[in-house]
Every structure is written in structure tokens, then in C-alpha cells.
Design a protein around this ligand. Structure first.
Ligand SMILES: Nc1nc2c(c(=O)[nH]1)N[C@H]1C(S)=C(S)[C@@H](COP(=O)(O)OP(=O)(O)OC[C@H]3O[C@@H](n4cnc5c(N)ncnc54)[C@H](O)[C@@H]3O)O[C@H]1N2
Ligand code: MOO
Length: 430
């Protein structure tokens, strides 16, 4: 007698997974290795940036008051009393009608409150002494980069859980983080199931297919920010499979299997969960593809039984595994980003369950348009390659028409673009 499974709503399934306990783990890594990781503590400024008033130009530091009478006809001359490069401090105080030659990035010397760009000065040597003259006046504060103008001491700059990109790396370096606290990447194990599977390096044989899912999932794991560990394919013997799962669980934080989760004679996963004492959180979700997605829990570890069908497997990962990985990085927004779009073509299939259609997004005159990216069965692999979003069509409809508003979930947060500036439009007369 085949077990009857009752589907639960997608949001209920997501809730059951997300409610499952997990522990954030922190490690310290060298600064450059922190790129593309997630910061494990708030970054607060323990100094002003810049930490001293400095010159933004090569030129001369002066007292602005001395320049007040300078005009084209009556230039004012300054005695050049020294020179200061970036990285050095000029200790003396600059006096009336004195100027200090200053380089970009050097601290403004005591007594000075303006910098004149080199190009706007003239210099001459009289009796072995250099003088420079200017032919206009300057306000106090001209060309000074003030202490703290970029960052004020005490400001919280980045919150815990922030994705570390090159800009964040720059900030971390600025505040002296040679080592950075980041969340540890969970190790996510992958096992493929099915006697029909060949590995990508094997020639095709009658009745067999190549194992695309294991590699696809590993790439999804890495895209989510975790570390993938491949355990190969299950053996054909249930007892051996049970041992394989136990062994894999001892080496990973999360374990994903693909295939063998439905009701076929060789679908071993339900028996394996029972044998190892795992609690099944759900084994049927009211969604397409991926209705067979199963998640079980054992002693703080989650076991994902994703579908064998590639599109179903892909969707199951993005909806239920990715957010758990992102949650372990302290992310307050662990789920795929949601946007509004309009449907690029009719989708006439009835929707008893919520559908997650692999789709390609583009903008048409500022309007985001989502078009199914190709062959749309749960077994499809081709449409995955061009998908950068899922169109979400709620269950209980007879189909959807082109131009109807839909929700989309973005698969890649940061999209590239072709060079965008050749045909830039003018939007206003200003
Ligand atoms: N009588 C029923 N049959 C099926 C049901 C059902 O409710 N009653 N559900 C269908 C649905 S929906 C799906 S989805 C699939 C899910 O099956 P499994 O997750 O158990 O996966 P398998 O049966 O092992 O394989 C399904 C399909 O995917 C291919 N596959 C498997 N592994 C891989 C891999 N690593 N790479 C690429 N392709 C893979 C496999 O050859 C099958 O074609 O069950 C339906 N059946
Ligand atoms: O799990 Mo199945 O993908 O609904 O086709």
C-alpha cells in the first residue's frame, strides 16, 4: 500500500525549515579571504576618517587671511618655508605671508586654513629663497579635507550579516582589520541516487542519463555561500545507503540527496530517514515543480531530500536550502529577493499548486518583464541555464495571460549588463 502524502503550503514548508534550530559559528580569516563572506559582527568606527585635516591637492598651504588683497593686478607673494609630503607631519606653525609646499594627502600644517592648487600659483627664487604668488583671494577652508568628513568615530558602518564586497574590504582595511570575523561556511554534503546515473565523464549508455543534479546543487551551494562536499552516488543496497548517509552526516552540517524521494520501488529516502531516526518535517509541498521535496531533521542537522527531476531539484534548493545557509550567515533577508514584473507571454496551464516557473527577466521601457525561459516540465534541464528568476504563480487558477502582474524571485542578486552608456536617453531639459 502506497503511503498517502498530504501537501502543505509552500509558506508553511518554508516556516518549518526556518524554525529549525541552528547555530551561527564564527571564524577569523585574513582580510582578503573575507571577500564574498558574511561579516559576523557590527563594524563601528573607532577613529575619524580621515583622521586628520589633509590636503586634497598638490599645492601650497597658506593662511587664507593673507590672501585677501590678492588680485590679478596686485598679486600677493608668500615665502615658501618648507615642503610636506603625504605621510609626514610639519611641526612648526606657519606664520603670516608664509606658505608651505604641500602634496595631496599630507596633513594641513598648524596655522594654515586653505590650500592653493599648484596650477594657480607662480613661483620665483630671490636671493636663494623660493616665493610663490597668487592673484586671487581664498576663503578659510578652501581645499581642505576635514578630519571625520568621510566617517565619524563611533558610527556603525556595517551591520553583522553584511555580505563582504570589495567596498567593505576597503572599509575593513581602513579600520585595521588584518583579520576579519566572518560566519563559518556550513559544509553541505550532496549524494545522488539512481541506478540510471552516469557521471559527466562517462559515455552515454542505453537507458542511462548523466548526473546533472549533483553538480548543479554543488554550484547552488557555492552561490549561496556555503561549501559543497560531494559523496558520489548511492549504492543499490538500502543497508549500504543507510551507512553512507550516517557517514556523510558525520562530516557535514547539512546533507542533500537528490532523487529517490517519491513513491517508486527504489525510492529509498523515506526508509533511510526512518532507519536513522530522523524526523520528517514535510514530504509533500503544494508547489510545482518540487512537490516531492522532503526535509527531515536529526540532532540539529537538516537532511534535504530534493527531487530527482532537475527543475524540481533546483527550485527545492533555492526555496528551502538557500535561506538556511543565508540564515547561518546572520542574514535578516535570507530568502530570494522578490520583485514585481509583468508576464512576458501567456501561461495557459491550470495551476492547482503554486508554480515556480524558471524565467528570464528583461526591462521594456522601465517595466520589468518576466518570460518563461523555455521547456517547462519538472524534468527540464535546458530552461535552467537561461533562468535568472522564478515567476511565482499562486495555485488555484486556470492560467495567466501576457502582461498580467506577477511576483518574481531573483536568482542572482547582482546582475551584469552590457555596456550601458552608448544610447543613454535625456529624460529632462535641465
Ligand atoms: N506514482 C507517482 N510517481 C511520481 C510521483 C508521484 O507522486 N506518484 N511524483 C512525481 C514527481 S512530481 C516527481 S518530481 C518525481 C520525483 O521523483 P524522485 O524525486 O523520487 O526522483 P527519481 O524518481 O529518482 O528521479 C526522477 C527523475 O529525475 C531523474 N534524475 C534523478 N537523479 C538525477 C540526477 N542526479 N541528475 C539528473 N537527473 C536525475 C531520473 O532519472 C528521473 O527521470 O517523481 C514523479 N513520480
Ligand atoms: O515534484 Mo514534481 O516536480 O512536482 O514534478
Amino acid at each position: 500500500m502506497v503511503e498517502k502524502r498530504n501537501p502543505i503550503a509552500v509558506s508553511e514548508a518554508v516556516k518549518r525549515v526556518m524554525d529549525y534550530a541552528y547555530t551561527e559559528k564564527v571564524e577569523w580569516v585574513p582580510l582578503i579571504e573575507a571577500n564574498e563572506r558574511f561579516l559576523a559582527e557590527n563594524l563601528a568606527a573607532d577613529q575619524d576618517v580621515p583622521s586628520f585635516d589633509r590636503s586634497p591637492y598638490d599645492g601650497f598651504a597658506i593662511r587664507a587671511v593673507d590672501s585677501q588683497k590678492a588680485t590679478k593686478e596686485t598679486p600677493v607673494s608668500f615665502k615658501v618655508v618648507g615642503e610636506i609630503g603625504a605621510g609626514f607631519v610639519y611641526e612648526q606653525e606657519v606664520q603670516a605671508f608664509e606658505a608651505l609646499r604641500i602634496m595631496t594627502g599630507a596633513p594641513i600644517p598648524k596655522g594654515c586654513d586653505a590650500v592653493v592648487m599648484l596650477e594657480l600659483t607662480k613661483d620665483e627664487v630671490r636671493d636663494g629663497q623660493t616665493y610663490m604668488s597668487i592673484n586671487r583671494s581664498y576663503e578659510a577652508g578652501t581645499n581642505i579635507s576635514y578630519q571625520g568628513e568621510d566617517v565619524r568615530k563611533g558610527e556603525v558602518l556595517i551591520q553583522k550579516g553584511q555580505f563582504i564586497n570589495p567596498g567593505v574590504i576597503a572599509l575593513l582595511a581602513t579600520f585595521g582589520y588584518a583579520e576579519v570575523p566572518v560566519f563559518k561556511k556550513p559544509v553541505v554534503g550532496v549524494i545522488a541516487t539512481g541506478s540510471e546515473l552516469l557521471e559527466p565523464n562517462e559515455p552515454l549508455q542505453a537507458g542511462k542519463i548523466r548526473n546533472s543534479n549533483a553538480y548543479m546543487i554543488m554550484a547552488q551551494i557555492e552561490r549561496a555561500g556555503a561549501t559543497a562536499k560531494y559523496f558520489g552516488q548511492f549504492s543499490d543496497d538500502l543497508d549500504v545507503c543507510i551507512e553512507e548517509v550516517k557517514k556523510a552526516l558525520s562530516q557535514v552540517d547539512i546533507l542533500i540527496t537528490t532523487g529517490g524521494v517519491s513513491v517508486g520501488d527504489y525510492d529509498y529516502l523515506p526508509a533511510i530517514y526512518e532507519a536513522i531516526g530522523a524526523t520528517v518535517l514535510f514530504n509533500k509541498v503544494a508547489m510545482r515543480p518540487g512537490s516531492v521535496t522532503t526535509v527531515a531533521a536529526l540532532d540539529g542537522q537538516l537532511l534535504y531530500g530534493l527531487s530527482g527531476n532537475p527543475s524540481a531539484c533546483y527550485v527545492g534548493f533555492e526555496l528551502f536550502t538557500r535561506p538556511i545557509i543565508r540564515k547561518s550567515f546572520g542574514s535578516p533577508t535570507p530568502h530570494l529577493r522578490r520583485e514585481k514584473a509583468i508576464l512576458g507571454e501567456d501561461f495557459t496551464k491550470a495551476n492547482p499548486f503554486t508554480r515556480f516557473i524558471r524565467a528570464t527577466l528583461h526591462y521594456n521601457d522601465g517595466q520589468l518583464v518576466a518570460t518563461p525561459s523555455g521547456f517547462n516540465k519538472s524534468s527540464a534541464v535546458s530552461s535552467l541555464a537561461t533562468a535568472n528568476a522564478f515567476i511565482v504563480l499562486p495555485g488555484g487558477s486556470r492560467g495567466y495571460e501576457k502582461d498580467m502582474p506577477v511576483d518574481v524571485l531573483l536568482l542572482e542578486d547582482v546582475q551584469g549588463s552590457e555596456w550601458p552608456w552608448d544610447n543613454i536617453k535625456k529624460y529632462s531639459k535641465l
